[in-house]
Design a binder for this molecule. Structure first.
Ligand code: NDP
Length: 279
């Protein structure tokens, strides 16, 4: 029996065990996906223990996606460019840090777009998810990618490190200047952690009023958020982060096993679990 796991803090809410265990069953792989809550102080010991043999693969989430980098033996080119790791692949006793969030986002982006690649995108947030989204958008050919964050210095630092990793062309605007800029965005991505609780929303209604009605909104939160409801009321096409969750998980599974993941089975498992939790 092999084990896979999610390292983060907190992890108890995660849908990954349901999603991956359904996939293991469908693929005939004898493995169980576990949750390993890990504080920052325990991260190094946790990663060292991964060398223990029966581990199929590991995912990493908040707050460790950047802190885990120096603990990896190698980094994939994708993880190096993004500057964050969400997947650990074990080969011949070495741990390679990879990132499947950008892949997951690009699948979501492809599914929601009906026309050509948008020329302009605005990302709210500057954490690990925003890094992956920015790289995915640049790679998809979005000409102008702009980031804004409540803490401006974090957005500046993000753009600086992406530039250093060979990802140019990303601008930063002040959070307070959103109102004057949001109308230029053909795509708006919520990559803040706002949206998980009740009706919380990352931006004021007046900012949403300024959105181009032809724009598209992607909220990385995988629930029906107040942001999604508000933009749909304005006639704007919008989607949540559930496809990103599923595709990043599927890509991790493919990296661990070399096998084609059962995306339909994973989707059904996650949707059923969400329905179960909401009742
Ligand atoms: P981080 O903790 O790294 O970043 C959080 C971001 O949210 C920061 O930019 C932070 O700004 C911002 N933020 C927090 N509170 C507020 C607030 N009150 N007002 C405005 N901005 C705020 O998280 P991640 O980047 O890893 O994740 C961001 C979101 O994306 C989470 O909701 C996560 O669940 C989701 N996600 C979804 C995935 C999917 O598969 N669908 C994959 C990965 C992430 P500041 O710097 O100022 O604190």
């Amino acid at each position: 029996m092999k084990r896979a796991a999610l390292i983060g803090d907190p992890v108890s809410h995660s849908l990954s065990p349901v999603m991956h265990n359904a996939a293991f069953a469908a693929m005939g792989i004898e493995a169980a996906y576990e949750l390993w809550p890990t504080s920052p102080a325990d991260l190094q010991v946790r990663i060292q223990a991964i060398h223990a043999g029966d581990i199929l693969g590991v995912n990493v989430t908040v707050p460790h996606k950047q802190a885990v980098i120096p603990l990896c033996d190698d980094l994939s080119e994708t993880a190096r460019r993004i500057g964050a790791v969400n997947t650990l692949v074990l080969r011949a006793g070495r741990i390679t840090g990879d990132n499947t969030d950008a892949y997951g986002f690009s699948r979501t982006f492809d599914a929601v777009l009906t026309g050509p690649v948008p020329g302009t995108a605005l990302i709210l947030g500057a954490g690990g998810a925003a890094r992956a989204v920015a790289v995915a958008l640049v790679d998809a050919g979005v000409r102008s990618v702009t980031i804004t964050n409540r803490t401006r210095s974090r957005a500046d630092a993000l753009v600086e490190t992406l530039r250093g990793a060979g990802v140019p062309g990303i601008d930063v605007i002040d959070w307070n200047d959103l109102l004057g800029t949001v109308g230029d965005a053909a795509l708006l991505v919520n990559a803040t952690s706002i949206g998980w609780h009740g009706d919380e929303i990352p931006v004021a209604p007046v900012v949403l009023d300024a959105l181009d009605p032809a724009s598209v909104v992607i909220d990385l939160t995988y629930r029906e958020t107040a942001l999604l409801r508000a933009v749909r009321e304005r006639g704007i096409v919008a989607t949540d982060g559930l496809p990103m969750l599923i595709h990043q998980g599927a890509r991790s599974l493919e990296l661990w096993t070399g096998l084609r993941p059962p995306v339909d089975v994973m989707t059904r498992a996650v949707v059923d679990e969400q329905a179960r939790r909401s009742t």
